[in-house]
Design a protein around this ligand. Structure first.
Ligand code: SAH
Length: 194
């Protein structure tokens, strides 16, 4: 219709576009080799784990769940707090590719240094059973960060937190998590000076 404004792109369309661009980039650079990993990297929305509700699409500070920071969809590590970063997507996809063979339905997975919780979501997507249940444990030693990761995961994985398909534990990952052992895969994202 003459004079009609072009329809505004919805936040979910923008997210989809950013995610597709990121996944395609990671495929091109060789960090994603497997189609299954590509699917999971697309499905798990990094904007829910970093920068959510901070800026609108023009970079203006905003509040509210519909606003996302497009930097979340770039292949860079980003600071969160407590001198900690959310790792770059290339690292997440590298880990998923490496562990793909053991991340079968029902696999028991321990993520040491779970930070924002993003890899717990990725591991869940890789190792969930047909009925939607899984055995993913994230262990993080900074309590406040574990709480933030709970909030992050609650956006799309509240049911899984509730039924403990994804479990977040505050503790020292160096001690493992004997209550949940044995694990089929243990990923250590926590750095150590030694
Ligand atoms: N995969 C996470 C990585 C976060 S960085 C992400 O991309 O979000 C590493 C995390 O390890 C930090 O959150 C840090 O607090 C945590 N960490 C470091 N030493 C730890 C330890 N001994 N036990 C548990 N968590 C630890």
């Amino acid at each position: 219709m003459i004079g009609q404004q072009p329809s505004q792109q919805q936040p979910q369309d923008m997210r989809k576009m950013y995610k597709l661009k990121l996944v395609n980039e990671l495929k091109k650079t060789g960090f994603i080799k497997s189609p299954r990993v590509a699917e999971v990297m697309f499905q798990v929305d990094r904007g829910e784990f970093w920068g959510s509700g901070q800026y609108d699409f023009n970079g203006n500070p905003q509040a509210g769940k519909d606003f996302i920071n497009k930097d979340a969809y770039e292949d860079n590590p980003r600071p969160i707090n407590f001198n900690v970063v959310i790792s770059a997507p290339k690292l997440h996809s590298f880990v998923l590719d490496l562990l793909e063979d053991v991340l079968t339905p029902g696999a028991r997975v321990l993520d040491v240094g779970s930070g924002t919780g993003i890899l717990c979501a990725c591991f869940y997507e890789m190792a969930k059973k047909e009925d939607g249940s899984a055995n993913i444990v994230g262990i993080e030693h900074i309590e406040h960060l574990a709480q933030v990761s709970f909030q992050n995961l609650s956006k799309s994985y509240s049911k899984q937190l509730q039924d403990q398909s994804i479990k977040l534990v505050v503790g020292d990952g160096r001690l493992g998590f004997p209550e949940g052992a044995p694990f089929d895969a243990i990923h250590v994202g926590a750095g150590t000076p030694q």
